[in-house]
Design a protein around this ligand. Structure first.
Ligand code: AMP
Length: 631
């Protein structure tokens, strides 16, 4: 099919277009209206329809392929592999749903999931969807302060967690962090459902903590039918960082999300029932939601959930799984490929990868050397795709399921069907229609199905954060810079805000600054993202100590740097730890006191800071320059 025509139809006749895509999922009650855009920029998709995400991901496949593989859980951390068929997954999800019901969870209640990459996390997500509860998965790498702020925002009735995760064969306890987070939070969950893996001993809190294995034993045969919910019923919230310190709860609907994922599996990820999908992400991120759990299962595929490193026991582990489970589509991030690039290339030749149709990469810019290396090594198409937690599925990519098209190095591809992408001049707000002009990547409202509905319990924040209105049109900002060439291929040039991207993980520099500032010897701090060969970017902190005496001594500086890193580890988690904390006596600011972030970042990267006419104290940048040069 002609992709241009397909895309045009999705924009010009969205109702007919999406009504067709909606046939890809099961509806308990058909929708009456494809979309309601009467309260722009908010939009409701498939109004009046009733469905259920868990039914579409699990139950509906029982008729045709009950015994086909559904969930393949592989842990190289605890050396276990368990395969669940759709029938077995259905049984486990019902057990988990019965437990949640017993613990008092009902439709619309929130359940926070703070778990490592274990099968029970998948059961918990699907069980919530089954009973109409709203899950909120918090990445296991986040520590107590991050977790506490999410507990307070989501106000969950129940938290599902585990004793520990594992990294490189060493247990990483979760329970202590969770207890600390609950203590810090104002909201207290009624119950905590604990999966005990026997990795880290803990003492249950009497009256609050419930043991998963004991409760499961009570519900071996309990049947829990799906609760049919409105298409617009929230299925989950997922917190993401922006410019301000408090993370936003990205809220997703049910019907629109199911349709968008089903369509993307067909048109972008080329997935068919009975095949195997392997996404190397984590359930704590949006890729994990859309393309470990819901997307592949909705498409009737088996999905691999992998706990472990890409290099353990050796750099061939992922490729051995591709061979063993005949993976047809694989999804990873450029950082993971850069890690693998450092391994012996023989690993890629050791396994039969002939089942693999394509490797999809997303989450951060895909640099040309990385793309070329993996394309040559695999001999398979590498499909870059650009999107965000907010959108839930790709905005830019090559839709090979519609019309095969070549990729261009450095470009994620063209605007995907459903997305009316515009490049907008930041200062004038005008659309830039010419080729190769740099602008802010924006999407003309309404957003297509599957994208965020709103910020959890804060429509005003959603509108204020993301939307601008001009000449009666609403434009959603991705907060990314981009250009488009004459063939309609986009190139992403980095964020317009203070968000940084470390190894594909999105972090707000303000959150890290707030955490560092809580160290008693930090008067002021600025955190910027600095280009890094392996991780794309790393966070670098420039701090002004309150008491600088003794800091001439490198050992004392190192000690303070270590202490500050520990504070960030403890509050936000190691994922947010800056790569360096360097000490200065002043930060580069304008005369009115505004931090010159872009200049600071440029100098930290060894680049020219550009126009500095507004700087208050030029020596501030000189210090940074000297520190970075000495590094
Ligand atoms: P997240 O919400 O964590 O998925 O992060 C989304 C952000 O990651 C985007 O706004 C981009 O800045 C960046 N990003 C995601 N995918 C790509 C890609 N394929 N190329 C370049 N940047 C990307």
């Amino acid at each position: 099919m002609d992709f241009q025509a397909f895309h045009r139809r999705s924009i010009e006749e969205p109702e007919a277009f999406w009504a067709e895509q909606a046939k890809l999922i099961d509806w308990q009650k058909p929708f009456e209206q494809v979309r309601d855009y009467s309260r722009p920029p908010l939009v409701d998709w498939f109004v009046g329809g009733q469905t259920n995400l868990c039914h579409n991901a699990v139950d509906r496949h029982l008729k045709t392929q009950a015994d086909a593989k559904a969930l393949i859980w592989v842990s190289t951390e605890v050396d276990k592999e368990v395969v669940y068929s759709f029938r077995e997954l259905h049984a486990e999800v019902q057990r988990m749903a019965a437990m949640l019901l017993e613990l008092g969870v009902g439709k619309g209640d929130r359940v926070l999931i703070y778990m490592p990459m274990i099968a029970e996390a998948c059961f918990a997500m699907l069980a919530c969807a089954r009973i109409g509860a709203i899950h909120s998965v918090v990445f296991g790498g986040f520590a107590s302060h991050s977790l506490a702020s999410r507990i307070d925002n989501a106000t969950p009735k129940v938290i599902v967690s585990a004793d520990a995760g594992s990294r490189s064969g060493k247990s990483v306890p979760y329970k202590g962090l969770l207890d600390e987070a609950i203590q810090l939070a104002t909201h207290k969950p009624a119950k905590v459902l604990m999966v005990n893996r026997g990795l880290a001993p803990y003492t249950p809190v009497a009256g609050r903590d419930e043991d998963y294995a004991a409760l499961r034993a009570k519900h071996m045969d309990t049947q829990v039918p799906c609760t049919w919910v409105e298409a617009t019923h929230p299925s989950y919230t997922l917190y993401t960082s922006g410019t301000t310190g408090t993370p936003k709860g990205v809220q997703r609907d049910t019907g629109g999300y199911a349709v968008a994922l089903a369509a993307s599996m067909k048109h972008i990820f080329l997935g068919k029932p009975g095949e195997t999908y392997f996404s190397t992400s984590d359930i704590g991120w949006v890729v994990g939601h859309s393309y470990i759990i819901y997307g592949p299962l909705i498409a009737g595929m088996a999905t691999i959930m992998y706990e472990g490193l890409p290099t353990r026991p050796d750099g061939g582990i992922w490729w051995s799984l591709v061979e063993k489970y005949k993976v047809t589509s694989m999804f990873s991030a450029p950082t993971a490929v850069r890690v693998l690039k450092k391994q012996d290339p023989a690993y890629l030749k050791k396994y039969d990868l002939s089942s693999l149709r394509a490797l999809f990469l997303a989450g951060e810019p895909l640099d040309e050397p990385t793309a070329k290396w993996i394309a040559d090594a695999l001999g398979r198409p590498i499909i870059d795709n650009y999107w965000q937690t907010e959108t839930g599925w790709p905005i830019l990519t090559i839709c090979n399921g519609i019309e095969p098209a070549p990729s261009k190095f450095g470009s994620p591809g063209k605007a995907v069907y459903g997305y009316d992408v515009k490049l907008v001049n930041e200062s004038t707000g005008e659309e830039m229609k010419g080729a190769d002009e740099k602008g802010v990547v924006m999407i003309e409202g309404p957003l297509p199905p599957g994208c965020m509905q709103t910020v959890w319990q804060d429509d005003a924040r959603f509108v204020k954060t993301y939307w601008t209105q001009a000449n009666g049109r609403w434009l959603y900002s991705t907060f990314d810079w981009g250009i488009r060439d004459q063939d309609g291929y986009y190139f992403i040039l980095g964020r317009t805000d203070d968000v940084i991207n470390v190894a594909g993980h999105r972090l707000g520099t303000r959150e890290i600054e707030e955490s560092i500032s809580s160290h008693p010897n930090v008067a002021e701090v600025a955190v910027v993202g600095v280009a890094d060969n392996l991780k794309g970017q790393v966070a670098m902190a420039f701090a002004i100590p309150k008491d600088a005496s003794g800091l001439d001594d490198p050992a004392a500086r190192l000690k303070l740097e270590g202490e500050i890193m520990k504070v960030v580890d403890g509050q936000l988690g190691a994922v947010a730890r800056p790569s360096r904390v360097l000490f200065v006596t002043a930060l580069p600011k304008t005369r009115s006191g505004k931090l010159l972030r872009r200049a600071l970042q440029a100098v930290a990267e060894g680049r020219d800071p550009g126009d500095l006419t507004t700087i208050e104290d030029p020596s501030a940048l000189q210090q940074v320059k000297a520190l970075v040069a000495a590094k």
